[in-house]
Design a protein around this ligand. Structure first.
Ligand SMILES: NC(=O)c1ccc[n+]([C@@H]2O[C@H](COP(=O)([O-])OP(=O)(O)OC[C@H]3O[C@@H](n4cnc5c(N)ncnc54)[C@H](O)[C@@H]3O)[C@@H](O)[C@H]2O)c1
Length: 333
């Protein structure tokens, strides 16, 4: 199959290389609003290059992968859907709730498959945790602890078009929480701070945040994250139940050292980036997208799923700004 890719930045270059290696993919065509970036990635990986999005979309594609900046997602999904091309788009769907809702309405009316890139759904650890929660093996879940700690911050220019910490970063925790538990968030209390470079604050953003969520079955969930965790890229989830508890991401690569004498676990090299941490999940995710394109599987993460995670992110942003508990019903359904 012939797959187009829009946006040749950090994750775009990475996804282009993954797509090239997939057995179902014969050709990958790359474009970017900054043509030099797309040309470079195309040259490096031996791929085709298209001068712009319109040229790309009219080049006989079977599917398109959108890895452009978040601020461009909604318009690009709109164009791809109008062209009737099965689409994969990186999270989040848009910068704000209204635009996310418009995309959901457009996509659902079109019938064109659109898969949103929450790759944790393809991570074997999260899948195993979901299975144990759903089977009842853990009993009732009383607490969940989730964290997303980046080893180092993205470049300054990434921040103004990112949507902010909750919509850009912890939105992954909000999505995987629904995937693991099958429950919805009913209320949040969130806070955040600018502890590192001042530019986060200058864009109205934070680089460290924490939130306490309550799910519709009464489970408490604490979520935390930072852009500054030199120990390594650390993404984990602990699911604590009345009959048992499991941890996702707790292995030899966990970016944590024990303070106890004589304890050497975890002894391996911590992950440096999200690419190291989730490489197999990204491959599985894009493989799933090729199956969506081939018509052999349902969309595994829909725009409506993305809307739900985004609502929680929006609730956290409102909670942080107003320093109060926010009910999810306050955030347009
Ligand atoms: N799932 C994940 O783990 C994950 C990880 C990183 C980034 N992302 C998401 O991927 C997206 C890109 O992130 P990144 O880190 O690669 O950013 P980046 O800034 O490195 O790259 C973005 C690229 O998009 C291009 N671009 C912007 N507007 C465009 C448009 N209208 N048409 C074509 N190209 C356009 C830019 O020129 C740039 O090359 C973001 O939405 C981000 O949230 C997801």
């Amino acid at each position: 199959m012939r797959i187009g890719l829009v946006g040749a930045g950090r994750i775009g270059a990475f996804h282009a290389a993954t797509l090239k290696g997939l057995p179902a993919v014969d050709q990958v065509v790359v474009t970017d609003v900054d043509a030099s970036r797309a040309e470079l990635v195309a040259k490096d990986l031996g791929l085709e290059f298209a001068a712009d999005v319109d040229q790309l979309l009219s080049s006989g594609l079977d599917g398109v992968v959108i890895t452009a900046a978040t601020s461009a997602h909604a318009a690009l999904i709109g164009k791809a859907v109008a062209a009737g091309i099965p689409t994969f788009c990186e999270k989040p769907v848009a910068l704000d709730l209204a635009e996310t809702q418009q995309v959901v309405a457009l996509v659902e009316a079109s019938g064109v498959p659109v898969h949103i890139g929450f790759q944790r759904r393809f991570d074997l650890g999260y899948q195993a945790a979901a299975e144990q929660v759903r089977s009842g093996a853990l009993g009732f879940i009383h607490h969940i602890r989730a964290n997303t700690n980046d080893a180092f911050p993205p470049p300054q220019e990434y921040i103004p078009t990112s949507g902010g910490f909750f919509r850009d970063c912890t939105v992954h925790d909000f999505d995987i929480l629904r995937f693991v538990t099958g429950r919805e968030v009913v209320s949040v209390f969130a806070t955040g701070a600018n502890r590192g470079e001042a530019f986060f604050g200058e864009y109205g953003d934070v680089d460290a945040a924490a939130a306490l969520l309550t799910l519709d079955d009464g489970t408490f969930v604490s979520v935390s994250g930072t852009r500054y965790n030199a120990a390594g890229h650390d993404v984990r989830m602990e699911v604590l139940g009345s009959l048992g508890s499991v941890a996702v991401g707790l292995d030899e690569h966990t970016a944590l050292k024990s303070a106890e004498a004589g304890v050497s676990f975890p002894g391996g090299e911590p992950h440096a980036t999200f690419m190291d941490r989730f490489r197999p999940a990204y491959v599985a995710e894009l493989t799933a997208f090729t199956e969506v394109v081939a018509g052999s599987r349902e969309v595994p993460c829909t725009v409506r799923d993305a809307l739900q995670a985004f609502r929680t992110a929006d609730a956290c942003e409102l909670s942080r700004r107003e320093n109060r508990v926010v009910l999810l019903e306050e955030i347009g359904a």
